[in-house]
Design a protein around this ligand. Sequence first.
Ligand code: PLP
Length: 397
Amino acid sequence: MRLTDRINRIQVSPTSAVISAAEQLKAQGVDIADFGPGEPDFPTPDHIKKAAIQAIESNKTKYTATGGIMPLREAICAWHKRELKSNFEPKECVVSVGGKHAIFNVVSVLVQAGDEVIIPAPYWVSYPDIVKYAGATPVFVETTAEEGFVAKATAIEKAITSRTRLVIIDSPCNPTGGVTPPDEYEKILALCRKHSIWLMGDECYSHFVYESHKPYSIASAAGAKQNVIIVGSVSKTFAMTGWRIGYTLGPAELIQAVIKLQSQSTSNPTSIAQYAALAAMTGPMDSVPVMLAEYARRRTRIVEGLRAISGVTCEWPGGAFYAFPNVAEHLTGRSALAKDGTELAKMLLEKAHVAVVPGEAFGAPGYLRLSYATSLERIEEGLRRLEKFLARAEAAV
Ligand code: PLP
């Protein structure tokens, strides 16, 4: 079958691949310690579910405006202003089918063949492929564990060329948990302004930050709107991954272009999910600190547990809900267990029944990503299995 060049340029999301391999084993009755899924294990709060039920019962089940119902666009702007100190108007807001769709749309309307997009690595799996699908070229800027996986303005500046159109900053970052400090973020914005480049801030994990970090948006910086595009989502903050609601905040002209694209592709996001998101954005947020406190407990346990395993190092993630251990010692030299992280992840799944995502998926060979959006009890079990597998494998050498 002849498929287009653009679809052949991209691959199936590697995180989905791990999740489906783990699901297959689970379906055969295998007990998997599953660190794969990047989604909260908490239910969507009741008041949000009730709003959706009410939307169905009052027949809000028809097409809506392509860019989302106006009360939701207003609520997103008001929520973002209250929570993250921005200043957007509804004409600068569009609702999409999740944060991934928002990013896909922004990239589609902003870049094309010949353009370059700067992406700090390790990166969220979908950025490079979304950029490639748009015909542009991803340019990676390495970040290091020693620097907390934070992209530095100086490193980004070195990667800028006359073709650079966009810089993507994911803070807190999936997979590393790295949080870009406000002063560094503002330096990156200043750089983007100097070179007339767009800065896209992915805020999907904005409210899951630990210790001294606070939720922060680059849209709160001085002269914020200039060169700034924000993408966000209710998926993680409100435990609503399945509802598929995300948003973009940015210049009205860009928003109009995204709405035009949606008008010829998805049309509006699901009406019922929009009413649920409206309840999320306007209702109580008490579930957020409850989830954060639980993630914080799990973070302590998983990072300490990983650090206790021989040949494994692990930084403290500043945000999100992923541990990102370095297992390079198990991949090199005479005692190497596997040739790379992908092979190690496969062995861990098949032999130790632990599901993790290999670092290669995020442009970080030598690392594994473990989501701790799973119970403490499952974390303990997974750590036991990991330790046993890696120790046994070492002993066998
Ligand atoms: N951005 C990042 C960094 C993510 O990790 C994810 C999901 O895992 C998304 C965006 C998209 O989330 P959603 O499409 O569920 O809103």
